[in-house]
Design a protein around this ligand. Structure first.
Ligand SMILES: Nc1nc2c(ncn2[C@@H]2O[C@H](COP(=O)(O)OP(=O)(O)OP(=O)(O)O)[C@@H](O)[C@H]2O)c(=O)[nH]1
Length: 381
């Protein structure tokens, strides 16, 4: 009779030992979805045969070591600033040159001031800022009574810098908070350059030695996820994406943040789709992404991407987005293709949010941190 409970104990012990053995033999738990645990070029050299790239649950990519593409070495922020300043000057210094020519006339009468205001409006500076600038310049020209070109240029520079506002905090919130990565959400209407910006910004962060993970929550356009993972793969940054076209962007965004936490990356950057017909739809979608993501981590930065060539349209979009979600920074793209750099001032004034980055071309490193004085100097070059 007594032998029955003993048999039960022996059976339980065998099952427990068996399970323990299984766990030990499998080694450490694989990251959720088979995400690779390496990113850096250095890691890859001697590391496991996994290459970063598209990450779908259960599909750890296995590629022979010699077939791994060489990683790009992205340009540092300081070097890109110096290179891109020339490009900014080429497209936008007509504004500065025009103003300097007008201000250097022997006699600056009411007609000249009207012309100055018109020049500012044509550069998309906006009505309020244009009037403000004309007012302060007029006052200074009267008081200081000078037509010396160097003095006029210095005055104009000071007034423009004041308008662009060097006191705004333009830093990006891209530092880990304990065990949780910084989360950056990138929003904007379609075609403004969101995906490109996420790709370029990943390179800026990699150049700063940060571990980055991308989330392809633009599920509207299948090619967007391909485009994003191509950007990421070039610098060894993994991308979380869904295979299903039109999948729920909020769930891809959530998976990305969870993967970022598990892989202990510094920054998770989420690309979103901007194709929504109305404000209610936009609010619903962005609101849902925010709610769902914030179950895993706080969103530190919401970057609104605006195409600088779209003028008033861009301003209207900016307002709609800022009502749908708390925008923390503006990325102004395509400043290389327009002489309307004044939109920097107009957008900041209208939204009360700083321009943090500017896009100055289609090249991978053609994105630079925005800096008020450098921007004005490029206008006046
Ligand atoms: N000249 C120039 N072109 C840019 C810049 N930024 C992006 N582009 C181009 O703009 C086009 C659209 O960029 P995408 O990144 O696909 O735009 P998107 O907002 O993600 O578009 P959807 O995915 O359709 O919503 C591409 O051809 C980019 O190369 C820039 O700063 N300058």
């Amino acid at each position: 009779m007594d032998s029955i409970p003993v048999l039960v104990y022996v059976l339980i012990a065998v099952v427990v030992l068996g399970l323990l053995g299984l766990v030990l033999l499998r080694g450490p738990k694989a990251p959720r979805g088979g995400y690779p645990s390496t990113r850096d070029a250095d890691d890859l050299e001697g590391g496991p045969a996994e290459a970063p790239g598209d990450l779908e649950p259960g599909t750890a990519p296995a590629r022979p070591a010699d077939a791994r593409p060489a990683l790009d070495r992205p340009e540092s922020a300081s070097s890109r600033m110096a290179r891109l300043r020339g490009r900014l000057a080429r497209s936008n210094n007509v504004l500065g040159k025009g103003l300097l020519a007008l201000l250097s006339r022997d006699r600056i009468d009411a007609d000249v001031w009207d012309e100055i205001e018109e020049t500012l409006l044509l550069a998309d500076l906006g009505t309020d800022a244009s009037m403000e600038l004309v007012e302060s310049l007029r006052r200074r020209v009267t008081v200081e009574g000078t037509s010396d070109p160097a003095h006029v240029k210095a005055m104009l520079r000071e007034e423009l810098v004041k308008l662009v506002d060097p006191t705004l905090d333009r830093s990006l919130a891209v530092s880990r908070k304990g065990p949780v990565p910084a989360v950056v959400l990138v929003v904007g209407v379609n075609g403004v350059g969101k995906t490109t910006t996420v790709g370029k910004l990943a390179r800026v962060l990699v150049a700063e030695d940060k571990d980055v993970l991308l989330g392809a929550a633009d599920t509207f356009r299948a090619a967007a996820a391909d485009q994003l993972s191509t950007w990421g793969a070039r610098v060894g940054v993994p991308t979380v994406r869904s295979d299903v076209e039109g999948a729920d962007p909020a769930s891809v965004a959530y998976d990305s943040v969870v993967a970022g936490i598990e892989q202990e990356v510094d920054v998770v950057m989420i690309d979103t789709a901007g194709r929504l017909q109305n404000k209610a739809g936009l609010m619903d979608q962005l609101g849902k992404i925010k709610r769902v993501v914030e179950k895993a981590a706080v969103i530190d930065e919401v970057l609104l991407v605006i195409d600088a060539t779209t003028g008033q349209n861009g301003m209207t979009q900016a307002r709609v987005f800022s009502e749908a979600v708390d925008v923390t920074g503006i990325v102004l793209t395509k400043l290389d293709g327009t002489a309307k750099g004044g939109i920097v001032v107009a957008i900041q004034k209208s939204l009360g949010v700083p321009v943090k980055l500017i896009g100055l071309g289609e090249g991978p490193d053609d994105l630079a941190p925005f800096e008020a004085e450098g921007f004005v100097d490029a206008l006046l070059d």
